[in-house]
Design a binder for this molecule. Structure first.
Ligand code: NAP
Length: 537
């Protein structure tokens, strides 16, 4: 036999990383080489997508190749094979005789087809998890899978996993569509709860909301996780590229003891926090990993997520960055549950950082203000004082609250300008500072201006919250918007001879402050900055 034990890597029980191959070009050998070079342990040959059984056969006969998962997914389970069961079984048997290593078949097909059970019984080892090379003749391992594309089973992933585990000898693979990050955490908790069974399980929350389940499979004892060669080769929604898994999420360093951190918002796909914090953990040799956690944009969804984290300490979630729109929701949640909130976050009325103490209790902080002040200080010079300076804050949302409170704490005279004047009034009353109508911003006389509106990003990229004529030499202008980096406001400020500070500076400073709250040591600022810079390339 050409490949005596293609699935030999199972003996280590380290969580494997599998790259699905869905294209026939470039040649399979080339794709496999790239997958291995990018960190994959094995590949999944999606025979239903590749649609060239001759090429797959040639590849499987090659004298030296890595273990492969052979998958011929039916259209009914989200694949592309639309032939009859008889054709599918015949092809699986033919390719299975070449001992790819693993054969993936859906539980429903397994249950309904005695023919399939008999044919796969001939080429698969159903006798348990012993290494293939220990057998008298090499066989494949069977992966029994179930895919929930509707999200109907996402509330209770354990039920599906248990159904799959009923089939002795098979590796259970359950994939669910995640509605938000709470579903991804449910999948991980279900894996964790069954860890002691000694059975091999693959459990995945699909979609962008499920990314945490893919990254953290290693921590929670998953048998394997999937990552694609690149985005065009992803075989399921939410699959990350192999390089991203390795470079950003440090796949190989995630262990059972790794602490988990993440960013909670809606959406969070644009966030650079995973790059920045994971690089910080790496530079500080901290055993931790940081993941995106998209949570639907309501108080109820935030409460559901936070309560789930609260009662599942085994998830090891030790700290969370909170972003739009959840900063006020986090504050409300902490208040309602009787958890501590820093004086500054209370004053700001917004929480952008949650930290969990060793006794399991949560504390809320706000590092946005600290970040803005640090960025202003760096520009103004160490000798300059903010005390007595006149500062204008544009906006009255979560960021404006933190920034205005921090400027006031430094002794600055703050005026709030906001499109919706009632919000400006409410914030100025809360903080004890001045407010002016939005139209008055044309005549700003402050020496420091901080844009805390979202004007300049997203749909409003290219727009400025201030008319260019309002800017003068001698002003210092900080735009909290950091994507794009050089906003129209900063361009106008530079043209007027004012000092222009990118939101990047504030972003990095608030992230460094979070790192220090969570890890209790100085943040490796240089590594975090470098990762941020690289995230744009
Ligand atoms: P938020 O709570 O949703 O507040 C948004 C603010 O923008 C509100 O004051 C809103 O005014 C105003 N606004 C929105 N569209 C506007 C428009 N077309 N014209 C005038 N004003 C408009 O959001 P947030 O959390 O405060 O975030 C605001 C910005 O800060 C975002 O760009 C975010 O990326 C940035 N930020 C940056 C950092 C960093 O580290 N660099 C940290 C935190 C936030 P209304 O009250 O009238 O709706």
């Amino acid at each position: 036999m050409a490949n005596p034990h293609p699935a030999d890597t199972t003996t280590t029980r380290r969580t494997l990383l599998a790259a699905p191959l869905v294209h026939i070009h470039p040649p399979l050998t080339e794709q496999v080489q790239r997958a291995l070079a990018d960190g994959a342990d094995l590949v999944e040959l999606r025979a239903d997508c590749i649609d060239d059984s001759g090429a797959i056969e040639d590849f499987l006969r090659a004298p030296s190749r890595p273990p492969c998962i052979l998958t011929l997914r039916s259209a009914a389970e989200g694949g592309r094979f639309d032939g009859t069961d008889a054709d599918r079984i015949a092809l699986m048997e033919r390719l299975g005789l070449l001992i790819p290593g693993y054969i993936d078949v859906e539980l429903d097909t397994w249950n309904r087809s005695a023919n399939l059970r008999q044919k796969l019984g001939l080429v698969c080892d159903m006798g348990g998890p012993q290494p293939l090379h220990a057998l008298d003749r090499p066989r494949n391992r069977l992966i029994l899978s179930r895919h929930d594309w509707t999200g109907a089973r996402s509330d209770d992933p354990g039920r599906t996993i248990d159904e799959l585990l009923n089939i002795q000898g098979a590796i259970a693979k359950a994939a669910f569509t995640a509605r938000d990050a709470t579903d991804a955490l449910r999948v991980l908790a279900a894996l964790h709860a069954r860890r002691g069974t000694g059975r091999e399980m693959i459990a995945i929350a699909m979609g962008e909301a499920g990314i945490a389940s893919r990254v953290l499979a290693g921590k929670f004892g998953g048998f394997l996780s999937f990552a694609a060669l690149d985005q065009s080769a992803a075989s399921a929604p939410g699959q990350l590229a192999l390089r991203r898994m390795g470079d950003v999420y440090r796949w190989n360093s995630i262990r059972a003891a790794s602490r988990v951190f993440g960013v909670v918002g809606w959406p969070v796909s644009h966030s650079r926090s995973p790059q920045v914090h994971n690089a910080g953990f790496d530079a500080a040799a901290t055993d931790a990993v940081y993941v995106p956690l998209p949570v639907e944009p309501t108080q109820a969804a935030f409460d559901r997520f936070a309560d789930y984290v609260d009662v599942h300490p085994e998830l090891d979630i030790s700290g969370l960055s909170i972003t739009i729109p959840h900063k006020p929701h986090a504050l409300r949640w902490l208040l309602d549950r009787g958890y501590e909130i820093s004086t500054f976050a209370q004053r700001a009325g917004a929480v952008n950082t949650l930290s969990r103490a060793a006794d399991g209790r949560w504390r809320g902080d706000n590092t946005d203000g600290v970040g803005a002040v640090a960025a202003l200080r760096a520009s103004l010079g160490a000798a300059a004082s903010l005390a007595g300076a006149r500062a204008a804050v544009l906006g009255a949302g979560g960021a404006a609250r933190g920034v205005a409170a921090a400027l006031l704490a430094e002794g600055a005279h703050v005026t709030i300008y906001n499109r919706t004047h009632t919000a400006a009034d409410a914030l100025s009353a809360d903080l004890g500072c001045a407010s002016q109508s939005w139209e008055e911003r044309d005549r700003i006389s402050a020496s420091i201006i901080v844009n805390c509106t979202s004007v300049g990003m997203g749909a409003a990229a290219g727009e400025s919250p201030l008319p260019a004529g309002a800017l003068r030499a001698g002003m210092t202008v900080l735009d909290t918007v950091y994507s794009p980096r050089r906003t129209a406001l900063l361009r106008d400020a530079g043209a007027a001879g004012a000092a222009a500070i990118e939101g990047t500076e504030m972003f990095l400073e608030q992230a460094a402050a979070q790192f220090e709250l969570w890890i209790g040591q100085p943040a490796p600022r240089q590594a975090m900055r470098q990762a941020f810079e690289q995230s744009w390339t």
